[in-house]
Design a protein around this ligand. Sequence first.
Ligand SMILES: C[S@@+](CC[C@H](N)C(=O)[O-])C[C@H]1O[C@@H](n2cnc3c(N)ncnc32)[C@H](O)[C@@H]1O
Length: 280
Amino acid sequence: MQAMARAFLQRKGVQEARLEADLLVAYALGLDRLGMLLQLERPLEPQEVDRARDVLVRRGRREPVAYITGRREFYGRSFEVGPGVLIPRPETEGLVDRVLSLLRDEDVPQNASLLDWGTGSGCLAITLALECPQAQVSALDISAEALAFARRNAERLGAGVTWIQRDGAQRPWDVPRVDVLVANPPYVDPVVSESLAPEVREFEPHGALFGPAGAADHFVRTLIDLAPEALRPGGHLVLELGFDQGGAALQYAQERGLEAQLLRDLAGIGRCLSARVPGV
Ligand SMILES: C[S@@+](CC[C@H](N)C(=O)[O-])C[C@H]1O[C@@H](n2cnc3c(N)ncnc32)[C@H](O)[C@@H]1O
């Protein structure tokens, strides 16, 4: 089964065919990868073969592994995901690190109010609520489908978050001001969608990925514009950016009077804008 599964996924253009064949067959058998490898010699029951074939066919159509298994790890916790919600990315964990460092090292109190704009699966809001138990965490998203995943994740992981369904670009801004606004907004230009992997382009919600055509940084600018209204004096905006948006976002924030800095990831890419609105 394993050899056939690997060869099948390879033919379908799946990059990590070997690893994924193991993971998916294990998933279909209700085992972890090690458990499955220990049972390699065991003949499979017909229903097991059917289940394994079903998940391999889905993956062969380039459906993301996380949608097939219904799970993705973020900051050491397992989140439910599926069609209609963005799969959390490892680079987004950098936003959590930045917010934790603001609470640890800067002027932000432990019982700060935090708002996650565009929460998707709830990965940021829930992680922050669990890592900062004294903080008051709320989260908004325009998508009811995404919020349903976020609510279920919060319930399962035991996180207290206030959920708001709202267009986060809509004014006037009637959400209570917070100490920290964190966001991983849509920032891909739909013009480049053909260059995205089929897993992303054909399966993940376009409303989570794309800004307007020709204005990929539309929501980045929207959030920088919103910061003085949405944050308390001295509050912080922590924003994920596209890999090539750092310079322009930094300049835009500084021109609007924010004390802004670009934080670089391990690859040296400025993926996180951290900006403070003037204090009292
Ligand atoms: C890039 S995803 C981020 C999801 C999650 N925070 C994460 O990091 O995995 C962007 C999210 O913003 C939401 N969104 C897009 N436009 C929005 C808007 N105008 N107002 C509120 N949320 C919006 C999408 O539904 C999506 O869940």
